[in-house]
Design a protein around this ligand. Structure first.
Ligand code: AMP
Ligand code: ZN
Length: 460
């Protein structure tokens, strides 16, 4: 296997070797379904989809599991604050269960519009409460947990290399990062189970050996990944914000029970940033959804194209002009592809070159650049098209299925076109030029074909 992936745990590029030949277990941390996904979240799922597609292009069968966090994700990483689901329920006036179902469906619709393939399995946290309780029980029986007035906590001081993934300092903290201690023994200790507050009636709560309450956020991924992929699986992915807390704690939970982390490779996607370099976050309330892009006339796949122009480990700055440029490039790529004849076979040399780039830690910007070089190359047309088809298996731009939109040409424009035809027939060239300019003013270009003039809308 020539695939190399950057493993955050080892902080280096490593050749990928699956545990079982020909198969890959892949776990991705999924959305917290208390609100719509913003396009930053979607960048992370585009990265996951690209990884999966490249693994498949290498002939591997990928078992892809994604969780849905519908309980236990608190508004603060320090285990204080409110459950995001209960907060979302209050905001919308609907039940936590209703908003979980609603935003899960909205999330899946976003994925479909971006050409992101559904995982083999969606694992919902609330469907796996017994598995989470069993996992916590194992941790507790091995002596890695203690109970406080508000919950059961993981004792991170018991693990020698706690925080290795994030290269946390010896106090287990990121420099300059303050965490509320409360009754916790160490700032990095984290909730495995939180008790419902006395007198409080939560919408989502369960009985447990320790008291009525709900699971902490990190235990769901440990319990569900183990259930579906085994105690050791190939690749675990997520956004880079998961490195210091969520994934660090998943590793700790696994180490307590198994003596090793859950995954052999850890990959993290860099954030999408807003114009000023701010990170786009769900909780800030001001975020761009895929629907916002569509309202402005942008094709969701243009956002996919934009994401492919940056390496997944590089931050990507979002701007409307960059998105517009991606839309224009995608349109050109589609037109170039559809101008090529079908029926050829992919060119082995080009294919090897493209796979070489993708296998270099998913270098999609280089693979895209090769697509453009291929189009300009002297290779025979049908071979170009077949090679692009093959590459699109990794890019996911849906080139083959694209059809130009049927545009309504307004009556006034049709009259201008007819007048221009007449002017040309009369060899009144100045008039014909003036009419072409008037047609452009109205937002259309005229292309003269063997079947007569064709009007095409000009880009906005
Ligand atoms: P959440 O729904 O908040 O749990 O986040 C879902 C996924 O989106 C996680 O893997 C996060 O790491 C990721 N994420 C959050 N914000 C961004 C962002 N601005 N850019 C890229 N990924 C993000
Ligand atoms: Zn997770």
């Amino acid at each position: 296997m020539d695939l190399k992936l950057y493993d955050t745990h080892a902080r280096t590029l490593r050749p990928f070797q699956p545990l079982e030949p020909g198969k890959v277990g892949l776990y991705a941390c999924g959305p917290t379904v208390y609100d719509y996904a913003h396009i930053g979240n979607l960048r992370t799922y585009l990265f996951g989809d690209t990884l999966r597609r490249v693994l498949e292009l290498n002939g591997l069968a990928v078992h892809h599991v994604v969780n849905i966090t519908d309980v236990g994700h608190l508004t603060s990483d320090g285990d204080t604050g409110e459950d995001k689901m209960e907060k979302g329920a209050r905001r919308t006036g609907r039940s936590a269960w209703e908003i979980a179902a609603y935003y899960t469906a909205a999330f899946r619709a976003d994925l479909a519009r971006l050409g992101i393939r559904e995982p083999a399995l969606w694992a919902r946290a609330t469907d796996h409460i017994p598995e989470q309780i069993a996992f916590i029980d194992e941790i507790a029986r091995r002596g890695y947990a203690y109970t406080t007035a508000d919950g059961v906590y993981f004792d991170t001081g018991k693990l020698e290399d706690y925080g290795h993934l994030a290269r946390l300092n010896s106090a287990g903290q990121r420099a300059g990062h303050r965490v509320e201690l409360g009754e916790k023994r160490a700032p990095t200790d984290f909730a495995l189970w939180k008790f419902s507050r006395t007198g409080e009636r939560r919408q989502m709560e369960w009985d447990s050996p320790w008291g009525r309450g709900f699971p902490g956020w990190h235990i769901e991924c440990s319990a569900m990944s183990r259930k579906y992929l085994g105690a050791l699986f190939d690749i675990h992915i997520g956004g880079e914000d998961h490195i210091p807390v969520h994934h660090t704690n998943e590793i700790a939970q696994h180490q307590a029970c198994h003596g090793h982390g859950p995954a052999r490779y850890w990959l993290h996607g860099a954030f999408l940033q807003l114009d000023g370099g701010d990170k786009m976050s769900k909780s800030s309330g001001d975020f761009l959804r895929l629907a916002t892009l569509e309202e402005r006339g942008v094709d969701p796949l243009a956002y996919r194209y934009l994401a492919l122009t940056a390496h997944y480990r590089s931050p990507l700055a979002f701007s409307w002009p960059a998105l517009q440029a991606a839309q224009t490039a995608l349109n050109r790529l589609r037109q170039a592809y559809h101008a090529l004849p079908a029926g050829g076979a992919a060119d082995p040399a080009w294919r090897a070159g493209m796979l070489g780039e993708l296998n270099e830690d998913l270098n999609t910007p280089r693979a895209l650049a090769l697509a453009w070089e291929l189009i300009k190359s002297p290779l025979e047309g049908s071979a170009k098209r077949a090679t692009l088809d093959w590459l699109d298996g990794a890019l996911g731009l849906g080139l083959e299925n694209w059809r130009p939109a049927e545009v309504e040409v307004p009556e006034a424009v049709r009259e201008l076109i007819a007048a221009r035809q007449q002017a040309r027939a009369d060899e009144r060239w100045k008039d014909a030029d003036a009419l072409r300019a008037a047609i452009a003013q109205a937002g259309f270009a005229v292309r003269d074909t063997a079947e007569g003039p064709v009007a095409e809308p000009l880009p906005a």
